[in-house]
Design a protein around this ligand. Structure first.
Ligand code: SF4
Length: 398
């Protein structure tokens, strides 16, 4: 009797990841996930599907289809809308598919090529956000700046306002520059509202300050909160009542108690906006583990679309497009990395340096242990917390 054959295919909206003995199929369209042990026939067939030349279609004979584990696996994939099994009998068409692969040129190599040709036009398009630490604050904390780059430092230096103006004007050549943040102790800056007004001609400006500095300059803080976008970094929840309601708050959260108070503040409303930033104090690792660490259950619940997965594979969601200028004039893409240069360099030079030599804008989960993990591209980009904690992952899975 003639042997029967079948086609099995995964849909183009499905990602298939295989790591060690594990596999995961994620359909970025209907958000279905199939996590499986990649052993025996399942490993063989999943491996074949993953080979680019097979274009997500494999051919099986009836004997292979009778393998109980393979059969269950294919049935689950079909039931969850991730694939299709059709007989290869001359009457059914062979399924057509394509694995979702982002085909773009290597960014760094492209910009190097442009640079060699003397074109150098587009690299600045990658610049989206500028953070100027105009000065330091005695209420600042350098360890926290490394975790949340808007947190004021204690550096004694101050930027020259003229340098800030010039740098921001040069950055204006980026059509995608959408935010300028001025942080530090803004109350110590001469004629700050005038500077803000000038910079607002480039793009929206936010002024950040510490709660303690705002309380020491309450009249000014109240006036600024109505005329500027003022964001106050809160560390003392017993003093919320005095703060101007027109301001937005960034609540620094270092413990369960902070968390409860910050959440209550958000619930009560009244402020323009409330956001939360966890901080590592050096002795609150247990709190961070519960509040900040990535939980596998959450990853399995997450539903990124295809574009979001591609972005995670190419660039760092937290750092990409941002330059941070510190009070001493040094410029960073991320305060935990090497400085890219100074405020006296052009934004164009700094963006080029970061793209071609830097380690922040394009930092993705490609090192160990993440590169061996089945959740590699479901996981959010690596953050500053991993750097501060000296870890490559933030899940405690390994
Ligand atoms: S090992 Fe890396 S990719 Fe895997 S869950 Fe942990 S942080 Fe995410």
């Amino acid at each position: 009797m003639k042997k029967k054959y079948y086609w099995f295919s995964l849909y183009p909206s499905c990602f298939l990841w295989l790591k060690g003995g594990e596999g995961l199929v994620y359909n970025a369209e209907n958000k279905a996930k199939v996590l499986f042990r990649a052993t025996g026939m399942v490993a063989t067939m999943a491996g074949q599907l993953a080979q680019p030349e097979n274009l997500y279609v494999i051919r099986l004979d009836e004997e292979q289809c009778q393998d109980s584990k393979l059969k269950t696996w294919m049935e689950e994939l079909v039931a969850k809308g991730c694939g299709v099994l059709v007989p290869d009998d001359g009457q059914h068409e062979r399924p057509l598919s394509l694995p979702p692969v982002l085909r773009v040129q290597d960014e760094a190599e492209y910009y190097r090529w442009e640079h060699r040709q003397g074109i150098d036009g587009n690299v600045l398009d990658n610049l989206h956000k500028l953070v100027f630490h105009l000065n330091g604050s005695r209420h600042g904390h350098d360890d926290y700046t490394r975790q949340w780059p808007l947190y004021p430092t204690v550096q004694p230096e101050a930027l020259a306002v003229e340098d800030v103006r010039r740098f921001a004007r040069n950055a204006r050549l980026s059509p995608f520059l959408t935010e300028i943040v001025l942080t530090g102790n803004p109350f110590a800056v001469d004629r700050l509202p005038e500077l803000v007004q000038e910079l607002q001609e480039i793009c929206p400006v936010t002024v950040c300050c510490m709660q303690a500095d705002a309380l020491e300059h309450l009249e000014e803080a109240r006036a600024w909160a109505t005329s500027l976008r003022l964001d106050i970094a809160v560390t003392d929840y017993s003093q919320l009542e005095t703060l101007p309601r027109e301001a937005s708050l960034t609540c620094l959260v270092a413990s369960e108690t902070d968390w409860e108070q910050a959440a209550a503040c958000e619930e009560q409303g009244g402020f323009r906006a409330v956001s939360f930033v966890p901080v590592y104090t050096g002795d609150n690792a247990t709190f961070l583990e519960s509040g900040l660490y990535i939980h596998i259950d959450d990853l399995m619940e997450s539903t990124p679309d295809k574009r979001e997965i591609f972005i995670r594979q190419k660039l760092n969601l937290y750092d990409f497009g941002r330059l941070v200028v510190m009070p001493d004039g040094l410029v960073y893409a991320n305060p935990n990395a090497e400085s890219l240069g100074s405020i006296h360099d052009s934004p164009h030079q700094l963006a080029y340096r970061e793209i071609t030599e830097g380690h922040s804008w394009l930092r993705v989960r490609e090192g160990r242990p993440c590169c061996d993990c089945i959740y590699q591209w479901l996981c959010p980009s690596p953050s500053c917390y991993e750097q501060v904690l000296g870890r490559a992952d933030l899940c405690g899975k390994y």
